[in-house]
Design a protein around this ligand. Structure first.
Ligand code: UD1
Ligand code: CA
Length: 457
């Protein structure tokens, strides 16, 4: 069996009021068209063809690296049937009656692959349409069934009779048809209708005429077939999808303090007894091991946290890792390349970049640690700064196990602090500090006797 998937994405999206083509607008941080492509890929199709038109170059450029995709240009746009006609040359198979073509919409982003599998199965060697029954079917094509309840044809809202307008079963636009038949039917549709367009939906009437079975299937959830034509619909679908993602996590045993204020823009993999407080944003791939707690209003982007790690409120973590029992925040910033050892602490207003903080080490207050390798059981005093940048190049700081860095220390890299060394508070370290000794660079304290404050003249 050869399966083609044609994704219609040539429409303008005028109501988005945007320079960006509609299908590149995002749901959960990912372009709508990417959602559709990802669901399509799960069906292991022989071919995916995206029909582009408005903003064609921008859309094609966005997917330039993804070489399993074919593109067909539809310019100008004369309807959904006309759109599929542009992809006909690229369809594979068609000699076997099992060869199917599935049509999806680039602006209906959340259709799930199991619904599509159900649709394809219901088609057999005939046609199947994904339909829904709506309380208010205004604007949709209506599913006209015959006396036996068989799908007979689809009539567009603008072409429907008053009787047909009363039908509540609507066409979602998603359908599948045998490739050979589809090619033939597409040569037989015309544009003699209210909109002067070539309707893909007219293939249903032709199938019935040719004695090809037409079935219908329904989506598992109603949000799967919601389309986006405006920012309002985009925002509504975003909330529906976030609610669905939250539901899936709750079902797996994750605690979400407020499922209505939860944002996942990527993939979140959780162990047992993970707790996530309100207002957090997860992006990219985030892995939280057993017992991890995330405080309110944190941002985690491509992060891996070990067992029982706690992240307190308002922390921002990107491309960072922590081993078990780390304590992070509140107000911590872990930038790319931050790596925390077991039982380490990173406190408020501490920023780490390309820095390893070893097991049981602590940097609890107000510090910048960049391009540094810090051993185990090190104490980083408040206000410590690695001066890693001379304006041109970056340099490394090494702090060995057990060192104690006094408050308000500047480590002018490249520089090394030996094991169990102590740096006195206020030190500006420009040369290596030997192990086991106190190093201090500080003007001797003195007091001027009989000094008087100036007085107002
Ligand atoms: C279409 C269906 C209608 C269905 C509705 C569901 C037809 C004739 N009608 O209506 O039965 O109820 O979808 O939303 O198929 N597109 C192109 N090129 C075109 C026209 C459209 O690529 O020339 C794309 C659009 O970008 C969009 C999709 O096809 O992704 C549907 O187009 P839209 O204009 O929204 O469909 P309707 O005509 O409203
Ligand atoms: Ca539409």
């Amino acid at each position: 069996m050869h399966l083609n998937i044609v994704i219609l994405a040539a429409g303008m999206g005028k109501r988005m009021q945007s320079d960006l083509p509609k299908v590149l607008h995002s749901i959960a941080g990912k372009p709508m068209l990417s959602h559709v492509i990802d669901s399509a890929r799960q069906l292991n199709p022989s071919k995916i063809i995206v029909v582009v038109g408005h903003g064609a170059d921008t859309v094609k450029d966005y997917f330039a690296q993804e070489n399993d995709l074919g593109f067909a240009l539809q310019m100008p746009q004369h309807g959904t049937g006309h759109a599929v006609q542009q992809a006909v040359d690229q369809l594979v198979g068609g000699n076997d009656s099992n060869d199917m073509t599935l049509v999806l919409y680039g602006d209906v982003p959340l259709v799930q692959s199991d619904t599509l599998t159900k649709l394809i199965q219901s088609a057999g060697t005939g046609v199947s349409v994904l339909t829904e029954t709506l309380a208010d079917p205004t604007g949709y094509g209506r599913i006209v069934r015959d006396a036996n309840g068989q799908v007979h044809r689809i009539v567009e809202h603008k072409d429907a009779t008053p009787e047909e307008l009363k039908i509540n079963e609507v066409n979602t636009g998603i359908l599948c048809a045998p490739t050979a038949h589809l090619k033939n039917w597409l040569t037989r549709i015309d544009n003699n209708n209210a909109q002067g367009e070539y309707y893909l939906t007219d293939i249903i009437g032709l199938a019935v005429k040719d004695g090809v079975a037409v079935n219908a299937a329904q989506p598992s959830a109603n949000w799967e077939t919601l389309g986006v034509n405006s920012r309002i619909q985009q925002a509504q679908l975003e909330r529906l999808w976030q609610a669905e993602q939250a539901r899936r996590l709750l079902e797996k045993g994750v605690t979400l303090a407020d499922p209505n204020n939860f944002n996942l823009r990527g993939e979140l993999i959780c162990g047992r007894d993970v707790f996530i407080d309100t207002g957090c944003v997860f992006e990219g791939r985030v892995v939280l091991a057993d017992g991890v707690k995330i405080g309110p209003n944190c941002v985690l982007r491509n992060v891996e946290l070990g067992q029982n790690t706690h992240v307190d409120a308002f922390s921002h973590l990107e491309q960072a890792k922590a081993e078990d029992h780390a304590v992070i925040g509140p107000y911590a910033r872990l930038r790319p390349g931050a790596s925390l050892g077991s039982h380490s602490h990173v406190g408020n207003f501490v920023e780490l970049k390309k820095t390893r903080l070893g097991a049981y080490s602590k940097a609890n207050h107000l510090s910048y640690l960049g391009d540094a390798t810090i051993g185990e059981k090190v104490n980083i005093g408040a206000g410590t700064i690695t001066c890693n940048y001379d304006g041109v190049n970056k340099f490394q700081t090494i702090i060995e196990d057990g060192a104690f860095i006094g408050s308000d220390t500047q480590l002018v890299a490249p520089v090394t602090v030996g094991a169990n060394a102590t740096l006195g508070a206020g030190t500006t370290l420009t040369k290596d500090a030997p192990a086991n000794q106190l190093t201090i660079s500080r003007v001797q304290q003195f007091t001027i006797a009989n000094w008087k404050r100036p007085t107002k003249k």
